[in-house]
Write a protein that binds this ligand. Structure first.
Ligand code: GLU
Length: 457
């Protein structure tokens, strides 16, 4: 059977790095197993879901290097869910309830005061047809609950019913169905909550592995029961730990914090984001991987830790730097062109500066320095200024190449007696306006003799 996974966000905002972690776990698992990846939009909440968010999520996935085999929308599959509902109703596994939110809250409090678990007591199962008709006459509409298989004879007398599965990430897992309320599958207005459409789709789309965040572990107990109620074998499940901010808060699509779009706009490389999103919170070392195929070689769901993982954006910069340093001119030529960096000097320029960049976009600053002159950032003091002025007297003749810098500074050393930092720093500041930056041996040929002389203080 072909391994088939799905990534199933609700399109109610742009995805953040934690959502990307789920997408990547699925994508990498599928690529390790030559499987299929289905992009499924859980958009049954029509009030909050938008096509623009769905398109944005696809864009973010493509940017990360994830290209789904198929894209599905739950909002277009309502008929299929309706058919499943009819089957569940016919077998008595879906029953109508008429309690208001306030009534449910009161029941919960009563159960708690009687030291009973605060789960729904299935009172609606005992409603007569007359009572139901009376509620309907009052204008009440039912919501529908799934009868969990956690009893033998009388549904009011639940007993411990463990559902087991072997989790791809967490190992052996158990959920006791008697500890849960019968879940509401259909709301008063006939719309679906997440649980049923998800299971129906997983069956219809022949999903073999459901990989998602560990906030769904309890849902899995319910969903396994629902798979069986619908006559299907449940897929394999894997629940990865969630990412939190460095202060321990959960990430939210709604706040837009750490969204993939904002990381992209910040100039980060997709592989810096993908490497961190995948490898953080696992026994694997977080390394900057060059592409998703290399990341797939390293990825091991079972190495993921069970506790949540703190995400530090500073780690992204470290990874990004390493990735940018290893990028060839071919890798970035188009992006440089878009930044106005072109011509025969673009390639030697890139090779000269890449080792000093955190982001590719930082190249623009160095291009300005090379083309237009030093930045007015660091000033030379009196003695250093005099020294630098004098040093320019010894500038070698054309042609300028990688050896010119050494040649020049050897001469200056001999003539002035300055060496080390005393010698190099004033020259660096005179040439670039900054006290650190790319190798001057690489920059000098880009400046040429004329360009260098023009920077004489
Ligand atoms: N829409 C659900 C979520 O974003 C999907 C969970 C699942 O993968 O089943 O949490």
């Amino acid at each position: 059977m072909t391994v088939t996974v799905r990534f199933a966000p609700s399109p109610t905002g742009r995805i953040h790095i934690g959502n990307a972690r789920t997408a990547l776990f699925n994508w990498l698992f599928a690529s390790q197993n030559r499987g299929r990846f289905i992009q499924r939009f859980d958009d049954t909440d029509q009030a909050r879901s938008t096509q623009a968010f769905a398109d944005g999520i696809l864009y973010d996935l493509h940017w990360l290097g994830i290209f789904p085999d198929t894209v599905e929308y739950q909002s277009k599959r309502t008929d299929t869910y309706d058919a499943a509902v009819e089957r569940l109703k016919a077998s008595g596994l879906l029953y109508p309830c008429y309690e208001t939110v306030e009534e449910l809250e009161l029941k919960r409090k009563i159960r708690l005061s009687r030291k009973l678990p605060p789960v729904y007591g299935r009172e609606a199962l005992q409603l007569t047809d007359e009572q139901k008709a009376a509620f309907e006459a009052e204008g009440r509409r039912p919501h529908w609950r799934f009868l969990l298989p956690n009893f033998r004879g009388n549904p009011q007398e639940t007993e411990r019913t463990d559902v087991h599965w072997s989790d791809l990430v967490r190992g052996d897992e158990t959920v006791d169905l008697a500890s849960l309320s019968d879940p509401v599958l259909v709301r008063e207005d006939g719309t679906y909550l997440y649980t049923l459409p998800s299971v129906v789709d997983d069956i219809d789309m022949e999903i073999t592995h459901v990989i998602r965040g560990d906030d769904h572990v309890t849902n899995t107990g319910v969903q396994i029961a629902l798979f069986r109620a619908l006559g299907a074998e449940p897929p394999v499940f894997g629940h990865h730990n969630l990412l939190t901010t460095s202060t321990g808060e959960g990430l939210s699509k709604r706040t837009g914090a750490l969204s993939i779009a904002s990381l992209r706009e910040d100039g980060l490389e997709p592989m810096a984001v993908a490497s961190l999103a995948t490898l953080i919170g696992s026994a694997e070392q977080v390394t900057p991987e060059p592409n998703l195929a290399a990341l797939a070689d390293k990825f091991d769901p079972a190495a993921t830790s069970k506790s949540s993982a703190k995400f530090d954006p500073a780690d992204l910069d470290t990874l990004n730097k390493a990735i940018v340093h290893a990028m060839s001119f071919e890798d970035v030529a188009v992006r440089l062109l878009a930044m106005g960096i072109s011509g025969p000097e673009a390639e030697p320029f890139w090779n000269a500066v890449r080792g000093n960049l955190t982001r590719v976009t930082d190249a623009a600053r160095w291009w300005q320095i090379v083309r237009n002159g030093p930045e007015p950032t660091d000033e030379l003091s009196g003695a250093d200024r005099d020294f630098a002025r004098e040093a320019f007297e010894f500038l070698p003749d054309e042609p300028f190449d990688r050896r010119t810098w050494k040649h020049w500074t050897d001469q200056v050393k001999q003539a002035t007696g300055r060496k080390g930092k005393e010698l190099f720093l004033p020259l660096r500041v005179a040439l670039t306006g900054l006290s650190s930056g790319p190798e001057l041996a690489e920059l000098l040929p880009l400046l040429g003799r004329e360009g260098t002389l023009a920077r004489r203080p």
